[in-house]
Design a protein around this ligand. Sequence first.
Ligand SMILES: Nc1ncnc2c1ncn2[C@@H]1O[C@H](COP(=O)(O)OP(=O)(O)OP(=O)(O)O)[C@@H](O)[C@H]1O
Length: 330
Amino acid sequence: MTAGQLIEVDGLEKVFSVRRKAGRLRRVRHEVRAVDGLTFQVPRGEMVGYIGPNGAGKSTTIKMLTGILVPSGGRLRVAGIDPARERTRLARRIGVVFGQRTTLWWDLPLKDSYELVRRMYRVPDAVYRTNLDRCTELLDLGPLLDVPVRQLSLGQRMRGDIAAALLHDPEVLYLDEPTIGLDVVSKAKVRSFLHEVNAERGTTVLLTTHDLTDIEQLCRRVMVIDHGHLVYDGGLDALRAAAGGERTLVVDLERELPPIDGIPGARTVRVDGPRQWLAFPAAQSAAPVVTAVAERYPLVDLSLREPEIEGVIARLYRGADAVGSEIGPH
Ligand SMILES: Nc1ncnc2c1ncn2[C@@H]1O[C@H](COP(=O)(O)OP(=O)(O)OP(=O)(O)O)[C@@H](O)[C@H]1O
């Protein structure tokens, strides 16, 4: 294993063979390349966003990382372990949360589920106590420990699931849509907890989500997958820039004036009374634009608007090939 890399994926492939109807009786075999030559590394302690459109191959990747699915090709190591070969040994070192399913026992009180997890992973008493106390405190689980899982709300159950995945002190945590369907308060609670776990324990986190606020608030690095391969791997700011996003400088002038003109690299896109909006490439610094406007116009106030990450991602998906060739791997 390369020093410091906890997850190593090299040319990973997963091909499903499916039978499709072709006419009334005939069925033909058809190959789906769910993951197609995927290469990336995640160093210990990093929290990485793993995003992509529906059917891009995210869940298939996570299933291979946990050893549930066997790759069709390529190389894969998690903490130096080949997941498909040593699934049980790996299970002690990873935690998994699938937002759409629970790993808790439906009819048992939450604390009994935790007790089962403790025995299953043979978690030493002291470790179990510390982790349970910490999770109970940070995720507000105290009043819920005696409640059967089936009586919990979605947000409560999700918090319960996240705690269950952490009781055995995993080095890696895979989260597949951990905030799906949660209300704003529950989302905030889950996010701040994940931030805390990553910062305090150095747990490596791979986070799959459709909620880009999760990524914006938690991950400095984001990997975008489409049609089974990476189309982007890097920071959020660079993603905005690479996808051709624009930033907007909103300026308030002393009075109503014709559209601001002649500012290098910027163009006026909107005028509303004394307020004007100037768009310029996201990759470019705002400073020269601000200076040029301030030198020539009676400026009262200004603010900067970042491009919405949703728009950036949508553009990236549409032009995946073009952008992918511009950006090298992380
Ligand atoms: N067991 C399977 N048999 C056949 N095809 C499969 C199987 N599992 C996944 N696929 C196909 O592989 C592709 C990738 O699916 P995957 O579930 O990994 O995508 P995803 O990125 O997780 O999507 P979503 O965001 O919708 O969860 C899809 O075309 C899917 O239909």
